[in-house]
Design a protein. Structure first.
Length: 387
């Protein structure tokens, strides 16, 4: 029996995939797996029984990835599962910034009791007029699952789209419309575009990337959209730019006291992925990843360990070892199995930066003390024997 703990509500359609071998627990210390959305795990104690954390979403800046790797806890996310939900809200954000739809609706609500509402509407509506997206230049920073959808869709709205992503994956590059201009530097994109939308992860490298220096390169009256993370934008510099009018509008999915209520800021309460479809997709993918890892030892879509997939576990025993990526680990593992007279039927070893993962299928039952023997090898972080 495996136990899982949900730190945030996870869509039922995903949790239903856990069959009778699984039970929900309220006690995270007992859990084999944790499912999480945006809850911060940085200050949490992580128990020894915890084997996997699945982020039902894309961003993993709420999870201490290195600490988890060092404890032999594999962290997963669900790439692309909520990308369409975010893309649609980015489009809504662009439309809200181009025309004063919010101001207009608020005005109607304020005057709803007015008997001649229809008449005064025709006089007042010029106060809420705006511009169209067609023909405007859109810059997309980060062409991953979300960025590529935003970029491609914007071309269908008649926008002239510039994309910047020095680390673009081959898969994503294949999906990108040929109509998108390749910005070779982010400065080129800053200088050209009327709308700029950011879709990069929050990392030490990207933190504060939109600051007064970046804004000074942009066109006056630029619209900046941030559906990625608040820390990517220096809030003090953004408030100054809104007040001075150098940025016309800042659309953000991340409310903070600094930005909420500032004229020109459209602040949405982190709703990018809050659609039924995205929540279902993320939950289904997260739960499937956890089940595959717990039952088969397969790692698919990890963000702190290498992906390593040997398919479903067969009749024999599968031994899995999370370890440091240092010399002579495989030699020690195979020697240990040879000493136990165990034949390796299938084996895989993958590494990612400082960490590595080895899976070995043996066609016999293994002695009870094998876990301790593997665990005593210097550099081994967690061993599982899946019978
Ligand atoms: N508002 C919301 O509800 C949601 C927000 N997000 C945020 O959006 C971010 C992006 O999500 P996805 O597109 O699904 O992730 P992704 O991993 O598919 O794409 C991120 C892209 O950013 C690129 N990148 C990294 N550093 C860069 C840099 N310095 N300059 C330019 N490009 C860079 C990467 O090469 C990658 O192609 C997530 O990390 C998360 O923080 C994601 C989903 C929902
Ligand atoms: O779970 C959510 O609502 C947040 C989604 C998100 O920010 C992400 O996937 O990175």
């Amino acid at each position: 029996m495996y136990e899982y703990h949900c730190l945030n509500p996870i869509a039922e359609i995903g949790l239903e995939q856990f069959g009778e071998k699984y039970a929900a627990t309220e006690n995270i210390d007992e859990a084999d797996a944790v499912l999480v959305r945006s809850a911060s795990m940085h200050d949490m104690e992580l128990g020894d029984s915890l084997k996997a954390i699945a982020r039902a979403g894309a961003g993993v800046n709420n999870i201490p990835l290195d600490k988890c790797a060092e404890k032999g806890i594999v962290v997963f996310n669900t790439p692309g599962a909520n990308a369409n939900g975010v893309k649609e809200l980015v489009l809504a954000g662009m439309l809200l910034s181009a025309r004063d739809i919010i101001g207009g609706i608020n005005w109607v609500e304020e005057h709803e009791e007015d008997g001649d509402l229809a008449k005064i509407t025709e006089k007042k509506k010029k106060a809420f007029a705006g511009t169209e997206l067609e023909g405007k230049k859109l810059g997309v920073i980060g062409l991953g699952a979300i960025g590529v959808l935003v970029a491609n869709t914007a071309t269908h709205l008649g926008m002239d789209v510039y994309g910047y992503d020095p680390y673009i994956s081959v898969d994503t590059a294949w999906k990108l419309s040929r109509n998108i201009h390749h910005a070779k530097t982010v400065d080129e994109l800053y200088k050209e575009c009327d709308y700029i939308t950011i879709h990069v992860p929050a990392t030490p490298d990207t933190k504060g990337m939109i600051d007064k220096g970046a804004i000074s390169l942009m066109k006056k009256n630029v619209v900046i959209l941030n559906f990625a993370r608040d820390v990517l934008v220096n809030s003090e510099d953004m408030v100054d730019a809104l007040v001075s009018g150098s940025v016309k509008c800042y659309v953000t999915d991340f409310p903070t006291p600094e930005i909420a209520g500032v004229k020109g800021a459209i602040v949405i309460p982190h709703l990018g992925a809050s659609t039924e479809e995205s929540e279902d997709n993320c939950a289904r993918m997260a739960v499937a990843e956890v089940i595959d890892y717990l039952e088969n030892g397969n790692i698919v879509h990890s963000v702190n360990y290498p992906d390593c997939d040997m398919g479903p576990k067969g009749e024999g025993t599968r031994i899995t070892v999370l370890h440091h990526n240092i010399p002579n680990m495989l030699g020690q593992f195979t020697t240990l199995l040879a000493e136990e007279n165990l034949n390796i039927a299938l084996m895989s070893n993958k590494s990612r930066n400082e960490y590595a993962y080895t899976m070995m299928d043996v066609d016999a039952n293994v002695p009870a003390d094998l876990i301790e023997k593997f665990g005593s090898i210097e550099g081994v972080l967690k061993v599982r024997i899946i019978q």
